[in-house]
Design a protein around this ligand. Structure first.
Ligand code: PBG
Length: 346
């Protein structure tokens, strides 16, 4: 009789009197000790790269309005930042320049005494071989129209002419002591041509970090403020469509690796975690992600209003980017995050 009434009970009730629920995932989240034990491997300071801006002619650092906490540096403050990056155990710094002179072909980019070259030389002198010195290989900071290359008669960026200029620029930067040349313009064939030029110039040890899947993204808005560049039009004819299919990024990855890229990169980061994962699946070389200016600005703006908890939001974004497949991350928060990683959660 007892057995019969037991069997007649609704399943949910029966479960509650027995072992309900049979499986309890919450056991592994019970307290900080357990969570720490089961947590995925986290980013370390060595996997963070700090982007830095040097503005020619400055005598004191100049705050970037759209990126609170980020500055255009003069040479002295640039060196101090590089020294701080080394002391914090970061992987490297990525250098950008704001030149005093801009023209249609970005000619200042090829000047051995130009702003970016000077920045590379100064930082190299400051950090020796303890920190990777990386530099952007692109013309957009140097052109008056803000495109990543030179324009043809049709008003479009001329791929092959631009690639030849990138190759020259990479050699100039390598002569100045750069460890990693980072072509960011998404010109076809850029990695292969730069590789050949570096090798021919005796710089076979200089590595290439390819901006492999770079989207024509609205998230670069605040960066324009940092480098004082006004883009005429858009970049949709050479950088990837934000709504594009994943296979486009996979194709670019295969091409860059075949052309000799030592690293591939996805940019922006957080809005493109699916791309990051797809690239990481096929890449034979380390995969980087660039947490760009707009990703930085949106968190800073919300935190400033008290709408987001700044520290936990930043750490959450980086954990997600890392888990999606980034071996290293370029982030404007690199120094602060390295500091947090050394000190336990409050
Ligand atoms: C190209 C370059 C840009 C960034 C990195 N390399 C600017 C752009 O493509 O518009 C953007 C990074 C950022 O938004 O933080 N020189």
């Amino acid at each position: 009789m007892a057995a019969e009434s037991e069997a007649g009970r609704p399943a949910a009730l029966r479960a509650m009197t027995g072992r309900f629920p049979a499986v309890r995932p919450r056991r592994l989240r019970r307290n900080a000790a357990m969570r720490r034990f089961v947590r995925a491997p986290g980013l370390e300071p060595r996997q963070l790269v700090l982007p830095l801006f040097y503005k020619e002619g400055l005598t004191a650092p100049n705050p970037v309005a759209a990126m609170p906490g980020v500055y255009q540096h003069d040479l002295a403050s640039l060196r101090r930042q590089a020294a701080a990056a080394r002391a914090a155990g970061l992987g490297g710094v990525m250098l950008f320049a704001v030149p005093a002179h801009r023209d249609a072909t970005g000619s200042a980019a090829l000047d051995p005494a130009g702003a970016l070259t000077v920045a590379v030389r100064e930082v190299r002198a400051e950090v020796g071989d303890d920190l990777l010195v990386m530099a952007d290989v692109c013309l957009d900071e140097f052109t008056d129209h803000g495109h990543c290359g030179v324009l043809g008669d049709d008003g479009e960026v001329d791929n092959d002419t631009t690639v030849a200029l990138y190759a020259e620029m990479a050699v100039v930067l390598a002569d100045a002591g750069v460890d990693v040349a980072a072509p960011s313009g998404m010109m076809d064939g850029q990695v292969g041509v730069i590789r050949a030029a570096l090798d021919d110039a005796g710089h076979s040890t200089v590595a290439i970090l390819a901006y492999t899947a770079k989207y024509a993204s609205a998230f670069y808005g605040p960066f324009r403020d940092a480098v004082e560049s006004a883009l005429c039009g858009d970049r949709l004819s050479y950088q990837q469509d934000p709504g594009g299919a994943l296979r486009e990024a996979v194709r670019e990855t295969r091409l860059d690796v075949a052309e000799g890229a030592d690293f591939v990169m996805v940019k922006p980061a957080l809005p493109y975690l699916d791309v990051l994962q797809a690239v990481a699946e096929v890449s034979e070389v380390p995969v980087l992600a660039y947490q760009v200016s707009g990703e930085y600005a949106q968190v800073e703006a919300a935190a400033e209003r008290g709408w987001l908890d700044r520290r936990s939001t930043i750490l959450e974004t980086l954990a997600a980017i890392h888990r999606a497949g980034a071996d290293a991350v370029l982030t404007y928060w690199a120094l602060e995050v390295a500091d947090w990683l050394r000190t336990p959660e409050p």
